[in-house]
Each structure stands twice: as C-alpha cells, then as structure tokens.
Ligand binder design. Structure first.
Ligand code: ZN
Length: 304
C-alpha cells in the first residue's frame, strides 16, 4: 500500500476513534493509572506539534520536564498521574520555528537532545546523505543497512558519499542551541557527537561520543548536561557504564512504552513513544493512548 494512501486511511480511522470517545476513555485510563506519557519528536511541522500539545492540554494531561522526571526517580517528587514529558531528538534547525514558539506559548517544558558534530560542522545528518545517494541512484543501500555496520566502516562510506553530495545545514547552530538553552522551558541534553549506533562503536569511540558531547554542550551553554538520549535508541551495558562514569544521571531509549514506577527504576534506559511525524496527528494520538490497531512498520520514514 502506498504510504500516502495508508496515511489517509489511518487518519480517517483515527478520526473515527477519536469521535467515538474511545480515545478519550483510553486517555483517562492513562491518567488514572500510574503512567507518565513519554514522547519523542524529531522535526515535526509547527501544525503537527501544535495539534499534539493542544490535544494533550485539552484532555487533561499536564507537562513535566526531564528534570522533574529525575526528581521523581530520586523520590524528591511524588509520581504524578496524567503527566507527559516532551523530548526532541537530534536538534533539527526546524525546531527553532516549529517547536520553540509553541512550547513557550503553551508553557511546555521541552528537552532537546543534540548531536554536537552536525551542529558544529553545519552539514546534514549522516542518514540524509545515504537517502540522497539512493535518490540520485549513487547507492542502493538503505539507512537501516548502515546501522548494522561497524562504526568505522559506516564512517568510511559516509565520508565518501559526502564528497559527492552537498546537503545544507540540517541542525541548529551553536548560537541557536545556546539561545534556546537560556529559555526557561528548554533543557539541552546530549545525543552523542556523531549520532553513531553506539553498540557498533569501539570502546574508544563509544567513550568519546558520550564524554566529549557532554563537555562540548556544557561549554556552549555554560550549564551542566546530565541527560542523554541514545542515538537510534541503541545501547549496551558498556554505554550505561560510560554514562555513569561521566556524570549523566538518566538516559532515554526508544522503547515504545509508558514510564511507570518500574521503568523509572532503570534510569539509564527510560522508554519513549516515537511520534510518527509522517502520519497524521490523530493517528499518533490513538497510538500513544494505546488504541491504535495498525502497525506503522512499512512506513518509509527513518527515525534515527
Ligand atoms: Zn537521533
């Protein structure tokens, strides 16, 4: 089925579910239960992000920050009902116009996890080069294939590809990250240096990605960076050891689950629902409150 046809069908079904009250009842179940809704966006449109925030507000959710999550873990704050935490991965340039004003206007705390190299270099993210190379017929390999390679091999091919393809800046600039970090609704966390698949890295590479990204962001914003989001959600015990060693206090994975007390007991692999930004906001709402019957597995969207 074509992605657009599938998405339109999905939107129609989701609208029906929302109208029927099934979604509202499911949302109330989330609020009664001891869950925190944990969401991850990447580069949503302003309309998509606004619709999600608006729906969550109107349906009785309240927004808490990642720092509050840490306080709940540390038992300095009671476990809330009906709370939602908003995280953003990668640090896309479009976040500046599509997320910042919406969060400020609605007083929503947001954590942005940035990968430092692409911010510094002003290039595209590595997977953008692969997708562009495929479009241009220069390569047949998929982004998913590259995620299976040893880090060194992946870098080698990406560098070759970069020499043939120009992609304009996709990430925020250092000044923009610094400016956003001054806003009381925003916190900046680390999403590594080069956004590798950490378990495919050598010990030296993994250590560098976790340690150096923290140092760099702290230098940019003049504040401690204690929170991490695993690129592509991938990690092993080694990465958790590095996080502890270098002073991180929690980390997010991409496990699509609610944050429960049980999940909070594992502070270095906190789950999040990945918002499917190529699908309708209605479909995403159905999915995060647990009434979505369709699986988004064949979507032509990459969520590193
Ligand atoms: Zn990412």
């Amino acid at each position: 089925m074509k992605t657009s046809v599938r998405n339109n069908l999905g939107k129609l079904l989701a609208k029906t579910l929302i109208k029927s009250g099934v979604v509202k009842r499911a949302a109330q179940r989330v609020q009664r239960g001891e869950y925190i809704l944990s969401l991850c966006f990447h580069a949503p449109s302003k309309a998509f992000f606004e619709s999600c925030i608006d729906w969550l507000s109107k349906n009785g959710f309240h927004f808490i920050s990642v720092c509050e999550i840490e306080r709940i873990i540390n038992k300095e704050k009671a476990f809330p009902n009906g709370a939602v935490v908003i995280t953003i991965d990668d640090g896309w340039q479009s976040n500046l116009d599509n997320i910042v004003p919406v969060a400020v206007q609605n007083e929503v705390p947001v954590a942005i996890f940035v990968s430092t190299e692409v911010v510094e270099k002003g290039s595209g993210y590595w997977w953008s080069y692969i997708m562009e190379a495929r479009k241009m017929g220069l390569s047949k390999e998929s982004v998913e294939f590259f995620k299976t390679l040893d880090n060194e091999d992946r870098i080698k091919i990406i560098e070759e590809t970069k020499s043939k393809i120009q992609i304009k800046r996709e990430a925020l600039t250092i000044d923009q990250v610094r400016e956003i970090s001054k806003n009381k609704y925003f916190a900046i966390g680390s999403h590594s240096v080069s956004h590798p698949i950490l378990p495919r890295c050598s010990n030296t590479e993994s250590k560098y990605e976790i340690e150096h990204s923290k140092e760099i962001i702290e230098e940019w914003i003049g504040k401690d960076v204690k929170h991490f989001a695993f690129p592509n959600g991938d990690y092993s015990n080694r990465e958790i050891s590095f996080l502890k060693r270098f002073g991180y206090t929690l980390a997010f994975s991409t496990e699509q689950k609610y944050l429960t007390k049980e999940k909070l007991a594992h502070r270095y692999c906190l789950p999040r629902f990945m918002m499917v930004e190529g699908a309708s906001f209605e479909e995403n709402i159905c999915r995060i409150v647990g009434v979505w019957p369709l699986k988004p597995k064949k979507r032509k969207i990459v969520y590193p």
